[in-house]
Design a protein around this ligand. Structure first.
Ligand code: COA
Ligand code: THG
Length: 600
């Protein structure tokens, strides 16, 4: 079929559908929802058999939904309707939830149900549920819906009788209104930790919960429970609502029954443009946080039980302890949204250096649970540039260009640790999507494993024509060949797991989701560590690296890449600074990029 994706932005769900439906043999094009006449034009040009709206905020015009089947993906079960479906589901602690594919009609989310899929709710943020459970269920439901549409008879019937609701539960009007800040409100003096966590999870990544921190107004995000030891330590300190310690990006806030970690905040606007950024709490409130004691968590700790604890980095080791086989290391870096600031890159680099001392023969780099990595931290960089680009952003005369320069160096340093780890095998385990520099960080490992739902964007040009670094000029052609490397970089398109494996970007696709991948990757790594030719493999790796180094040193790759990046950051063309500004402030698109709108 010819399928037009109509979306508010080309977000992770839209990208996953784009790759999945192309894998199925459909012809896809994308139009961002800019105006009704632009959508009309796209339909005129592309002549789609169906339109799919994975992430759409505006109403599809009647002339459009009468003309061709328009499939709305609603992140709720049949009968549920409205713009805050997942927010309410998390807030109300639903134990099961679902995704519905319905046909657009005059009323929001009230059209005929074409397919639906359910899932068991997990205790996670709205955004995490959206990126994992909702996305997986949506792909299944859309495939089922398209199956139904591909029989022309039923398609005609659906278009001509768009008010029938064949599968929706009878008599259920599940309209749920937009969730407002009043619904999300927390009161530090009254609410228990569980309430605070629930409200923040329902509002994460957008719009956050409006509250007071350090006595000042801010939107709060990225909340985590304090474990028993932390709660005990916090018990005598301060009053509910007081900030009492810091850890990584976050701060610890007292509650009536303990304490919660708040990782990220968006401070209330102070400038006339009203623009603010979601930043690490310790960055947004840098002066206030400076006085707080650091309460670190041990790097090596379990995921469950009383010693489980929140921190960005976590390491674990497994395998035979009796010397009968090699040990395997597992390193996670759960950086919020996969964005890696200079501070975070440096912590990762230092941790990788530390792990060189461990007696492991296989090291798994597990990235974050929702995103493997998305490269340099564009919000953090933007924070150095309130007036955009090269304008000095603060009293130290720092600029977004300087912040970008430091961040890309730190990113390269982390990648270099991996590239030079020649005494063991390294594997990047992609539990979630990876983008730009995050993809190339993964390629710095010997092998890359992912699950079937992972989408990669192994290119930089979408961010104002960035050239990119992370030694991509070494790793990408080595893996996929020069011609394919060029095609990927210029194509700027998301690549699903099936295609990624076909072209050599991935070595293995294990399981259907993050949980399945995690279990399979651990098994596979133990097998690898126990393989009789392990020593030969490691020796071959070291020899290959030495030969490559002799042919062209890594430093030269880095220098050449950074020379181009320097021009992107400091040069005459401000495209990168403009693109970053639009991205971090989620400014609406004025047109659909031509690599997506192939019909244009
Ligand atoms: N540096 C800094 N930040 C980065 C980054 C980088 N290198 N790469 C990605 N990010 C950030 C993005 O800025 C975005 O930030 P956010 O947390 O403020 O949203 C985040 O990572 C993820 O990007 P996005 O493209 O939005 O991913 P997504 O598709 O997985 O998220 C939603 C989708 C729906 C969860 C999210 O956009 C949301 O909560 N939207 C509100 C719900 C809504 O409006 N629904 C419409 C009615 S149906
Ligand atoms: N039929 C048609 N068009 C549609 C849908 C449909 N467009 C997309 C839409 N479904 C997806 N679902 C919703 C449901 C409710 C709202 C938006 C999208 C909604 N919006 C508020 C409004 O427009 O006033 C604003 C919400 C906000 O600010 O985020 O209520 O079934 N033809």
């Amino acid at each position: 079929m010819r399928i037009l994706l109509l979306c508010h932005s080309f977000n992770s769900l839209s990208q996953r559908l784009f790759t999945a439906l192309r894998d199925d043999g459909h012809t896809l094009s994308v139009e961002l929802d800019i105006a009704d006449n632009v959508t009309d034009e796209a339909i005129e040009l592309f002549r789609p058999d169906a339109l799919i709206a994975p992430f759409l905020k505006r109403r599809i015009a009647e002339a459009t939904w009468r003309r061709l089947p328009c499939l709305i993906i609603h992140p709720g079960p049949p009968g549920d309707r409205g713009p805050s479906a997942l927010d309410w589901a998390v807030m109300r602690e639903q134990t099961h939830w679902g995704v519905t594919v319905l046909q657009a009609t005059a009323e929001f989310d009230a059209g005929p149900v074409l397919a639906h899929a359910g899932f068991v709710m997990r205790s996670g943020t709205k955004a995490s549920l959206y990126r994992r459970e909702v996305t997986r269920a949506a792909v299944g439901a859309v495939r089922e819906a398209l199956q139904r549409l591909s029989f022309p008879q039923s398609a005609t019937q659906l278009v001509s009788q768009p008010t029938a609701t064949p599968e929706a539960p009878a008599g259920q009007n599940g309209w749920q209104p937009l969730m407002r800040q009043a619904d999300r409100a927390i009161d530090w003096r009254r609410d228990h930790s569980a309430t605070v966590l629930r409200h923040l999870r329902a509002a994460d990544g957008f719009p956050g919960v409006a509250a007071t921190l350090f006595g000042q107004p801010a939107q709060l995000f990225d909340a985590h429970p304090a474990n028993a030891a932390t709660r005990a330590r916090a018990a005598g300190l301060g009053q509910p609502g007081d900030v009492i310690a810091r850890r990584g990006p976050g701060v610890l806030v007292r509650t009536v029954d303990g304490a919660v970690w708040i990782g990220h905040v968006r401070r209330a606007a102070t400038t006339t443009d009203g623009l603010t950024l979601k930043l690490a709490a310790t960055r947004a409130f840098a002066a206030e946080s400076a006085a707080l004691p650091e309460w670190p968590a041990p790097l090596e700790r379990p995921t469950d039980g009383p010693n489980a604890d929140w921190a960005e980095l976590r390491y674990e080791e497994f395998g035979p302890a009796d010397g009968t086989g090699a040990r395997v290391g597992w390193l996670e870096f759960n950086f919020h949204n996969g964005a890696m600031s200079t501070r975070q890159c440096e912590r990762l680099r230092d941790t990788l250096r530390e792990l060189r001392q461990r007696p492991t023969k296989v090291l798994l780099l597990a990235g974050g649970a929702d995103f493997f990595s998305n490269g340099i931290h564009l919000h953090d960089i933007e924070a150095a540039a309130p007036e955009m680009g090269l304008t000095p952003g603060n009293s130290t005369g720092d600029s977004a260009a300087d912040a970008s320069w430091r961040n890309i160096h730190a990113m390269d340093d982390a990648a270099l640790e991996l590239l030079t780890m020649t005494d063991r095998l390294t594997v990047a385990v992609l539990r979630g999507n990876a983008g730009a520099g995050g993809c190339f960080l993964a390629l710095a490992a010997d092998q890359v494993w992912a699950h079937a739902g992972v989408v990669q964007n192994p290119h930089y040009k979408n961010m104002g024509n960035l050239y990119g670094s992370e030694y991509w000029t070494y790793t990408l052609p080595k893996r996929v060949g020069a011609a394919q490397a060029k095609a990927i970089m210029q194509g700027r398109l998301p690549i699903g797991a099936v295609e990624a494996q076909r072209i050599g970007l991935l070595d293995a696709v294990l399981g259907e989701d993050a949980a399945e991948l995690e279990a399979l990757a651990r098994q596979q790594a133990l097998t690898l560590a126990a393989s009789p030719d392990l020593a030969e493999r490691i020796a071959a790796k070291a020899a290959r690296r030495a030969a490559d180094e002799a042919a062209k040193p890594l430093q030269r790759h880095r220098d050449e890449e950074l020379q181009r990046m320097h021009r992107n950051f400091y040069g005459f063309d401000p495209s990168y600074h403009v693109a970053r500004h639009y991205f971090v402030h989620r400014k609406p698109h004025a047109w659909t990029p031509r690599h997506l709108a192939v019909h244009r």
